[in-house]
Design a protein around this ligand. Structure first.
Ligand code: AMP
Length: 189
């Protein structure tokens, strides 16, 4: 089972992905986590993407596609992956489909966490104070929301057309969101 967790920044994708990993033993592939690890390690990739991420812009497609490609063996062995924060653009979605097709696999389900913009702004203001994540500052977060609305949200049509998209109320309590996702996955199993 390959699952895409879809939604704007701070919709709860990472939290829900970690819960699914615990419940189902799937592998979480978060490009955001991979990029932050590269920055922390001061690797060449980290040096390229640091400022882009801090501004709130998307990093180039080729870089994140490569990161994902390197993790697909591991995901296949685990019986599937939860793609968290990837794909974010149409070329990324197409690359993901091709990479999986070459392995005789596909995206089985896309779950969209729906959260209103104001709730996202409130959540992130709180998270910024608590974690101090640089790209959670109000200016960067606005850029991230614009990137989502302009470059990522159009992918919803792509996945809706393929019949793979299910929507979940991401404003509900965390446990209720987990329960909804679990039900969708059980129904599709
Ligand atoms: P996230 O933790 O998923 O919110 O990602 C944090 C930041 O990493 C984003 O604001 C982007 O700058 C970058 N990033 C993560 N995933 C991608 C992706 N799939 N495509 C482009 N940029 C990404």
């Amino acid at each position: 089972m390959n699952l895409v967790l879809f939604g704007p920044p701070a919709a709860g994708k990472g939290t829900q992905a970690k819960r699914l990993v615990a419940i189902r033993g799937m592998v979480q592939l978060s490009t955001g986590d991979m990029l932050r690890a590269a920055i922390a390690a001061k690797s060449p990739l980290g040096n390229i993407v640091g400022q882009i991420i801090e501004r709130g812009d998307l990093v180039p497609d080729a870089l994140v596609i490569e990161l994902i490609e390197h993790r697909l063996d591991e995901a296949e062995k685990a019986g599937g992956a939860i793609f968290d924060g990837f794909p974010r653009t149409e070329p990324q979605a197409q690359a993901l489909d091709s990479m999986l097709a070459r392995r005789g696999q596909k995206i089985d389900r896309v779950i969209r966490l729906k959260v209103e913009d104001q709730a996202l702004l409130d959540r992130v203001a709180k998270r910024f104070v608590e974690s101090g994540r640089p790209d959670d500052n109000p200016d960067s977060f606005k850029v991230r929301l614009v990137a989502y609305n302009q470059q990522t949200a159009p992918l919803l049509d792509y996945y809706r057309a393929s019949g793979k998209l299910t929507e979940v109320d991401g404003m509900a309590a965390m446990d209720a969101v987990t329960a909804s996702i679990d039900q969708i996955l059980l129904a599709g199993a």
